[in-house]
Ligand binder design. Sequence first.
Ligand code: FMN
Length: 340
Amino acid sequence: MPRASRTRIGQVAALLADLDAEQGRAVALAPMAGITDLPFRRLALGLGTPVVVSEMVASAEMVVGGVQARARAALGLGCAATVVQIAGRDPQVMAEAARRVADLGAGVIDINMGCPARKVTGGAAGSGLLRDPDRALRIIEAVAGAVAVPVTLKTRLGWDDDCATVAPLLDRAVAAGVARVTLHGRTRCAFYTGHADWAAVGRRTAGLAVPVLVNGDIDGVAAARAALAASGAAGVMVGRAARGRPWLPGQIAAALAGRPVPAAPTGGALVDLVAGHHAAMLAFYGRDLGLRVARKHLGWYADAAGVPAALRSALLTAGSEGEVHALLPRAFAASERHAA
Ligand SMILES: Cc1cc2nc3c(=O)[nH]c(=O)nc-3n(C[C@H](O)[C@H](O)[C@H](O)COP(=O)(O)O)c2cc1C
């Protein structure tokens, strides 16, 4: 490995270790397109999530200054712990996108090598790169060479059950400058079926010279502890379980750090939280788009809190901010009685 790469890996690994030491055991909110936008990431950070990851930002769109790409990469004040994830297939375009994202202030840049969606893998991006390790490596080298901030990688166990290429690819990725690896314990072909194989994450990453985050089906403190024990990873990444429960990664982080675990908000505190999130979404997207984007979050909050079907449906069909806000106390007060 060239001396420059070794020095760089040492520096970025130290940066990430400092970040983790400041914030307790590494617990990250997973990148989720259409979900981990700036309002959601801010909320999760405020509720104690140590690290948040943006939705994936299409590199080609970023380099032409696309409004959507810039919105996905938006950081806002107090968001230094934000990892911005970029996706694409062209090393030079990925490098340029990384530069632009770093200029916006991203603390860490993550390369998407895990997205299973056909429109992404069809273009040999996301987990499609698992079938083209040489291209994957050229992308990693180009991105790591383009920016001074740490570069991380998120991927899956492999393309299909024949996962033999992944461990060597991870070794090469680390040699090229990747400072942390997140591994979702499923193959690309498994999509979201079955259960994430945390032990397989451990086998694929054994001996890797950088910290690993284990990902997949972590839905609480017990699952986080089990995933860490099975994989030997340094930390966890939590995705779908945080929908409607933005406090969950913060609770897991507190538990793993041996701190008292903050209670999940209920009743009036939950109403305030949902109302604040709703207002933030409308401010970020504008009124009309904001109301539409907010509906899925209202549905997840309602599901997580066990809101009765009629009230849930009223919340999701409300046509104005005022209507939503008027319904929230009834919806979530009822859910508390329902839960009890
Ligand atoms: C709606 C949705 C969008 C996602 N978008 C991304 C993405 O942009 N980038 C990425 O690397 N993974 C993405 N993922 C995958 C998650 O980051 C995570 O790896 C996966 O959901 C498994 O973790 P979980 O079981 O905790 O949800 C997405 C998942 C979902 C459900």
